[in-house]
Design a protein around this ligand. Structure first.
Ligand code: ZN
Length: 424
């Protein structure tokens, strides 16, 4: 179902199944005692990595986990590798890396590259463990293209951040389907500190960056990358989404159109249709059955008819759910951990915390324990595809995220070697 921002980029509309098999836990990191007491790791410069964080021996990055006074949790990643010494690298950052100090010429070139890429979007790289399988096949090809380009254009120098709010479309009010998704769009429409509509996008575009956002059932995720030297400012601009977004009335109507066009784009997608079918099979009143996307009908015309003030409701939703204690943040840059910590504390400590309990849907078990689910459905596809999909409804897997039992099963089923199921 959901939902990447950027209506202009079909490629970025990779879809994530809003299913019970998504990890439900927002606990991305185990809370740890906060403390400045990192132990210097062998070979590290002045970066103090968090000794409790287990990483691969070949991973040259340094990690630190912190909690801010407002409850926001953050993982800092200092990637100093390549700064003068050559070390073994992760697969995604290997290859001829350039010196980070480069002349204006180089930078311009990079910006041009980015320009080209421009509106074709950036294709949410599905980092989440479950993401890969749930990619909307309609857009796979496009995504690959983008990934390819990205690797050519800009790699090492980029700094990046992602912020996850443990709230999503399940929290949509009954009378305003799609509000969570709509809010995810609206926070881009300027802030008190940086009032320009879509100013963040413009800033990134100018500095070789890209961004995206998506709304899932119980999570909303924002992410961006940018050239390192603009990282701090980009973070400050981005953080205003969560500190003081403007969300002015005037912008609402315009942005409803953006959400609506995303919806219209996704409508003919077979995987989207399949998700809608699943939604319709859930138990009555289970949030799985909600229309999470939102469109002009649910966000504009119906509210108008029913005298629902979308403007106020949007602000209420932000106040209620965009709270620091539901948020986890990751930042990665070629800075020391101390610098990253200073920036994150300085910028994100301003995100308000309303002290309210996080919405919890864990009591709504077995959404698909219904006769309607245990049936064979024949679906006439939009595209010329033939597919057989067998679907199991599983209990929530979030708490097993360290072990990932489903990965074992999927690896075994998908294995193509001698004696594998596929070789039979
Ligand atoms: Zn969207």
């Amino acid at each position: 179902m959901p939902q990447t921002k950027k209506p202009k980029s079909a490629a970025s509309t990779s879809s994530q199944l809003c299913g019970s098999d998504r990890p439900e836990s927002q606990q991305l990191a185990e809370p740890r005692e906060q403390g400045p007491s990192g132990v210097s790791e062998g070979g590290g410069e002045d970066s103090l990595g968090d000794p409790q964080i287990i990483k691969s021996p070949s991973d040259p990055k340094h990690y630190r986990y912190i909690e801010l006074s407002n409850g926001l949790r953050a993982l800092l990643i200092s990637d100093m590798s390549g700064a003068g010494k050559s070390s073994s690298k992760d697969s995604d950052s290997s290859g001829g890396e350039e010196e980070e100090e480069e002349g204006e010429e180089g930078e311009e070139e990079e910006e041009e590259n980015e320009e080209e890429e421009g509106d074709s979007g950036e294709g949410t790289e599905e980092e989440s463990e479950d993401g890969e399988k749930e990619h909307d096949s309609d857009f796979d090809e496009l995504d690959e293209d983008n990934d390819g380009k990205k690797k050519k254009g800009c790699s090492e120098k980029q700094s990046a951040a992602a912020l996850c709010i443990g709230v999503g479309s399940f929290s949509d009010p009954e009378d305003l389907p799609g509000l969570a998704h709509f809010l995810e769009h609206m926070v881009f429409m300027g802030s008190e500190k940086y009032p320009a509509e879509n100013g963040f996008d413009a800033f990134l575009k100018k500095h070789g960056g890209s961004d995206n956002a998506s709304t899932d059932c119980e999570r909303t995720i924002f992410q961006f990358d940018v050239q390192r030297k603009h990282f701090r400012e980009a973070m400050d601009r981005w953080a205003q989404f969560f500190i003081c977004p403007l969300m002015i009335k005037d912008a609402i109507d315009r942005e409803v159109e953006a959400v609506d066009s995303e919806y219209q784009l996704a409508r003919p997608s077979d995987s989207h249709r399949k998700e809608m079918l699943f939604g319709s099979l859930a138990k009555p009143n289970h949030p799985m059955g909600k229309f999470c996307w939102g469109n002009a009908q649910t966000l504009k015309y119906e509210p108008r008819e029913k005298n629902i003030d979308t403007y106020t409701r949007l602000r209420d939703f932000w106040k209620r759910y965009y709270s620091a204690h539901y948020m986890t943040l990751t930042v990665q840059s070629k800075e020391t951990l101390d610098t990253l910590e200073e920036w994150v504390r300085e910028i994100f400590s301003k995100v308000p915390n309303n002290g309210l309990l996080q919405p919890d849907f864990s009591h709504l078990l077995d959404p698909f324990d219904t006769p309607a689910f245990n049936k064979l459905y024949r679906v006439i596809p939009v595209r010329k595809v033939h597919a057989l999909t067998i679907t199991w409804a599983l209990p929530p897997q979030g708490k097993y995220y360290r072990v990932k039992p489903l990965h074992y099963i999927s690896w075994l089923i998908g294995h193509e070697g001698t004696g594998s199921i596929l070789s039979l």
